[in-house]
Design a protein around this ligand. Structure first.
Ligand code: PLP
Length: 404
């Protein structure tokens, strides 16, 4: 069992409670740095959901998505494989005791020294997507297995990729190659905010696999999910450090709260040079949450949210409707586990947000059971865990803006 630092949640407490507790702790001080709370139990839940939904597909977690020690150790304990894109990622995963059979080297463009490194430590599965790359691998790694990779973005492309793969397998067979491993890639949605629906994706995949690669075909099927495992586990809390109110329209009215006249720019202590660095490239699944509207007549203002650096492009959100916030208020971004922490810099001298890992005892026990016995509990047990957490949640929050 890999050990790592996290706080075990007291019974009835959720990750959100811990987040609120941390906000309360610093509320009277000036030290309101941005921070994350990451729920490792959410990763345990995702893994079990995968095993049930795609029983024929072995997951190899895409490390580039979030390489936090606690994250990769949790996933290693659950028995999943790893998709590494570089020598450093292979080393990270080997250092936590994962055997090379559980690692796939899945960068389509590889430096020769890195191919040789993969060969030297026994990593034999890799992807390629051009003939030149295939020849390079063949020359530098005599034992490498070849298979088809894909990074599909909508349910029908998964089907297309799987049927294309069938053609490739058949062509290979004509030339005497008996291919036995199919890699259906990454791109599985990591939260309810994704444009892709997980249930829809898995149903088309299972149908296509049964059609083109039935169980008796003897082909082993793997996938490279990244965001699926980590997106929803992380919530980021940022603090409003400054605001600028602009009047957009002059009318005869003296009501300065008139929503039609006012837009507000908020500056917060995290931005596109840190957690939001890959915001456009990787279609992050973040959303803002806030307390449920307290008053039915609450006014919302057209707002934008900006990062703390002097960069004029450091804008997190171009437009969303928010109630008026004050300096010192907190904004929470959910679904912030994928392509966030891994890409953050300290540009302008701003420190990266600190990370607090938590896990509930039932999830911790489930992780142990999976690791020791290779079995996982039935759905009812799991949903009970979830329901009891929700019922005890002290604050009702609802999503008000989704930016994908
Ligand atoms: C980035 C990447 C993934 C993971 O993608 P997600 O959208 O996070 O699932 C999987 N495979 C390859 C080759 C990748 O480059």
């Amino acid at each position: 069992m890999n050990s790592f630092d996290f706080s075990l949640l007291e019974e009835g407490f959720t990750a959100r409670d811990i987040l609120e507790q941390k906000i309360n702790e610093v509320s009277l001080s000036d030290d309101k740095d941005a921070f994350y709370v990451a729920d490792l139990g959410d990763i345990v839940k995702k893994h079990i959901r995968w095993l049930k939904a795609l029983p024929r597909v072995t997951p190899f977690y895409a490390v580039k998505c979030n390489d936090g020690k606690a994250i990769v150790k949790t996933i290693a304990n659950l028995g999943a494989g790893f998709d590494c894109a570089s020598k450093a990622e292979i080393q990270l995963i080997q250092n936590i005791g994962v055997q090379p059979e559980r690692i796939i080297y899945a960068n389509p463009y590889k430096q020769i020294s890195e191919i040789k490194y993969a060969a030297s430590c026994g990593v034999e599965k890799m992807t390629f997507d051009s003939e030149g790359e295939l020849m390079k691998v063949a020359k530098n790694h005599p034992n490498a297995n070849f298979h088809v990779g894909s990074d599909s973005r909508d349910p029908q492309t998964f089907v297309q990729a799987i049927s294309d793969a069938r053609c490739v397998f058949d062509m290979g067979a004509e030339f005497g190659f008996n291919m036995h491993l199919l890699d259906i890639g990454g791109g599985f949605p990591g939260s309810k905010n994704s444009r892709l629906n997980f249930e829809e994706v898995i149903s088309v995949i299972n149908l296509a696999l049964d059609k083109y690669f039935p169980a008796d075909s003897g082909v082993k099927i793997i996938a490279e999910p990244g965001r699926y495992y980590v997106a929803s586990a992380f919530t980021l809390a940022v603090n409003v450090i400054a605001k600028k109110v602009m009047l957009t329209e002059q009318t005869g009215s003296h009501d300065e709260d008139d929503a039609s006249k006012k837009t507000i720019m908020y500056y917060v202590n995290d931005g596109i040079h840190s957690s939001f660095n890959l915001i456009s490239k990787f279609r992050m699944e973040m959303c803002i949450v806030r307390k449920k509207k307290s008053k039915p007549d609450e006014k919302l203002y057209s707002s934008s949210i900006w990062g703390p650096t002097c960069d004029a492009d450091d804008r997190i959100i171009e437009q969303c409707d928010l109630p008026e916030l004050q300096e010192g208020d907190w904004i929470l971004f959910e679904n912030m586990g994928a392509y966030t922490v891994v890409a953050s810099s300290t540009f302008n001298g701003f420190q990266r947000p600190t990370l607090h890992y938590v896990m509930s005892r039932p999830h911790w026990q489930i992780m142990h059971t999976i690791q020791e016995h290779g079995t996982f509990p039935e759905v009812s047990e799991l949903s009970d865990v979830h329901v009891s957490c929700v019922a005890k949640n002290r604050m009702e929050l609802n999503s008000i803006a989704c930016i994908v």
